[in-house]
Write a protein that binds this ligand. Structure first.
Ligand code: NAD
Length: 259
């Protein structure tokens, strides 16, 4: 008996087997869920379909979340092939590389709008398109980072986008709560992924993390997957609008220092 037996899950954001979305997919599948995938078109054939097939999944649809017609197409396809959606996972973000290094003050209008559109508004767009297929007990998850709350060097425009994303989680939780649909975010510690590689100074920040985080270890996509099981399942039946940290305790420190 899995905690998610019979649940239908749609995950946006697998790029490869290092992706946080992939850690979530494996964990939810391990508890009995059926998983569908959506990702940007260029990654589908080489990266996403083989991973999906390894979990017995045949639903793999391209989507650029900046395009409403792509979003509608994915959910129409889902509706044609599934009777409802229990879990929606939003694990994607984007900002221009030049906006993820140096000073925040130099962020361009374009770069600011792009980061907000892909990284925050997309949660609203995906949730609205999913609504007809969600039901009482459905759960929506997204991924955020501590740079939403505190200044993290080079995270810059993405920190502002994540602050916006976390506010979107609270407003969506209030909108959807009366229908019994929950919306939460996982705030993950640093993980070596494609997206993280674009952040200035990430390697050093990743290396230093384990020296100062209370649990003295970097976190893994499996760690995030286990918390995703909790948020996707009835174990978290009364939890909505929350940001849950999977960061080895890093965010509780006032002045992080190594031994
Ligand atoms: P990743 O590179 O594996 O995944 C990012 C995904 O975003 C990719 O699949 C990419 O295709 C997708 N994406 C970008 N633009 C898109 C668009 N226009 N339309 C559709 N998809 C698009 O990296 P990841 O680190 O696993 O990122 C997943 C989420 O986790 C992101 O929200 C990220 O900000 C968040 N996060 C990452 C870390 C970390 O250290 N890696 C920490 C906390 C939160």
């Amino acid at each position: 008996m899995g905690l998610l037996d019979g649940k239908r899950v749609l995950i946006f954001g697998v790029a490869n087997d290092h992706s946080i979305a992939w850690g979530i997919a494996q964990a939810l599948h391990g508890e009995g869920a059926e998983i569908g995938f959506s990702s940007v078109e260029s990654l589908i054939d080489k990266r996403v379909r083989p991973l999906a097939e390894s979990l017995g999944s045949t639903f793999v649809e391209p989507c650029d979340v900046q395009r409403d017609e792509d979003i509608d197409r994915v959910f129409n396809r889902w509706g044609e092939t599934h009777d409802g959606l229990d879990v929606l996972v939003h694990a994607l973000a984007f900002a221009k590389r030049e906006d993820l290094t140096g000073r925040f003050i130099d962020t361009s209008r374009d770069g600011f709008a792009l980061a907000q559109d892909v990284s925050a508004y997309s949660l609203v767009g995906l949730t609205r398109a999913a609504m007809p297929q969600l039901r009482r007990g459905s759960s929506i998850l997204t991924l955020t980072y501590y740079g939403a709350e505190k200044v993290v060097a080079n995270y810059n425009v993405m920190g502002v986008a994540k602050a916006s994303l976390e506010a979107c989680v609270r407003y969506l939780a209030a909108d959807l709560g009366p229908d019994g649909i929950r919306v939460n975010a996982i705030s993950a510690g640093p993980v070596r992924t494609l997206a993280a590689a674009g952040i200035g100074g990430f390697k050093k920040m990743y290396a230093d993390f384990a020296d100062v985080a209370p649990l003295r270890a970097n976190i893994t996509i499996e760690d995030v997957g286990r918390t995703a099981v909790y948020l996707a399942s009835d174990l978290s039946s009364a939890v909505t609008g929350e940001v849950i940290y999977v960061d080895g305790g890093f965010s509780v420190l006032g002045v992080p220092t190594a031994d």
